[in-house]
Design a protein around this ligand. Sequence first.
Ligand code: NAG
Ligand code: NAG
Ligand code: NAG
Ligand code: NAG
Ligand code: NAG
Ligand code: NAG
Length: 419
Amino acid sequence: MASSMVSFFFFTCAFVLLLLHMSFSFNNLALAAKHSSFAAHHYHHYHHHRSHSSASNSRLRQAYVALQAWKRVIYSDPKNFTTNWVGPFVCNYSGVFCTEALDDPKISVVAGIDLNFADIAGFLPKELGLLTDLALIHLNTNRFCGIIPETLANLTLLYELDLSNNRFVGPFPKVVLSLPTLNFLDIRYNEFEGPLPPELFNKKLDAIFVNNNRFTTMIPTNLGLSTASVVVFANNNFGGCIPSSISKFANTLEELVLINNSLTGCLPQELGFLYKLKVLDLSSNNIVGPIPYSLAGLSHLEQLNLGHNMLTGIVTDGVCLLPSLANFTFSYNFFCEEEGICQNLTSRRGFKFDDRRNCLPDKPLQRSKKECSAVLERPVDCFCCTGGGGAGPAFAPAAMPPAVAAVPVSTPSMTPSYT
Ligand SMILES: *[C@@H]1O[C@H](CO)[C@@H](O)[C@H](O)[C@H]1NC(C)=O
Ligand SMILES: *[C@@H]1O[C@H](CO)[C@@H](O)[C@H](O)[C@H]1NC(C)=O
Ligand SMILES: *[C@@H]1O[C@H](CO)[C@@H](O)[C@H](O)[C@H]1NC(C)=O
Ligand SMILES: *[C@@H]1O[C@H](CO)[C@@H](O)[C@H](O)[C@H]1NC(C)=O
Ligand SMILES: *[C@@H]1O[C@H](CO)[C@@H](O)[C@H](O)[C@H]1NC(C)=O
Ligand SMILES: *[C@@H]1O[C@H](CO)[C@@H](O)[C@H](O)[C@H]1NC(C)=O
């Protein structure tokens, strides 16, 4: 049951993503006046503008140098995407899209590269910095590896960068922070590691997907005023507390997904300031302490998953009564009391909930007394071992309870499922 619930959740996510993605592409069309991300558009364009697009120009010659350099560092291309990357007319290459230059409609330039699902193995060469007219790069589901070249800083028109589901390594590619018009950044499913730079949250990004990497350290505490509506940090190794500065996302954030990290400490009251939230998933962490009363203010919240943590105290009526809430998972915690309607959630029609494996006295499928008392007798420790800014200690820091070996981690099978 839990696993089908999880996959449903991710299906929803993927769908939202697809919509977001489509709308980004659409915005991009408007913004970049006729820069087009879709092949169909492109071919239409191509025939329409054949007369001048077949004439080479210095920017297409630069693109030729860049794409040939790229082809040289591609060592496996099982679907033959780059087989036709020969000759100077780069606009005919598979996955390469040309349009009129923004600053000179009489010449054709390379505005998009879309190699999604090409399964190519190779590197990104520094010559990609020559593709200065690019508005979008889509490399989802390939086997590109190595690091992201610094020369991408040259791509000052870049609007969408999707590097998801590849084998990129190294620290967070800071070069993306210098791209002035970047709106969509997706680096999910790679092997990036280390901390996230706080500046990431000062950029005007609509969505921040960094899930399924090896990011560590804390969620930055000095977040700027973020503009993101979706933030997905799942399946990394972020530690420490959820910072109280999370409230800086309040004006835009609708989905916050922090599944399967190493978050500790207590939930900050400021979570309740994220008044636009529809999805809040904090499952499979080591979060302790009570549910903040402020969550009762999340009137748009539809999905709340607190499962697989070490939360204690009361499941509060304020949360169980949230008007939009349709799905509330709090299984695999140490809650020992339910308030008001929380005692009988079956009375909320169509409402999905999961209360298993807690310490609730009158409910089935709860933890043993022994398991409960081992945790409940310890003082709650809101201390954040990686330092920084979350909810201050509510009680004197005590030793952490032993790692939650008794808590099986559910297995969301997440694969990027949009193009
Ligand atoms: C309810 O939420 C859980 C946890 O996020 C999820 O696995 C499940 O698919 C959801 N169920 C429905 C019916 O939305
Ligand atoms: C790619 O080209 C090689 C060599 O021409 C051919 O053997 C192979 O079948 C092609 N693969 C696909 C997927 O078209
Ligand atoms: C580009 O492709 C079109 C359609 O496949 C073809 O007719 C045209 O000759 C090609 N142009 C060049 C310069 O290769
Ligand atoms: C950056 O772009 C300019 C042209 O706009 C080009 O001359 C230069 O070589 C590029 N730099 C890199 C590092 O690719
Ligand atoms: C829970 O609510 C339902 C529907 O309102 C009711 O039939 C049922 O008796 C209640 N169960 C308990 C244990 O109060
Ligand atoms: C949880 O994250 C770890 C890396 O931090 C990863 O190895 C593991 O596969 C993730 N678990 C799930 C269920 O995705």
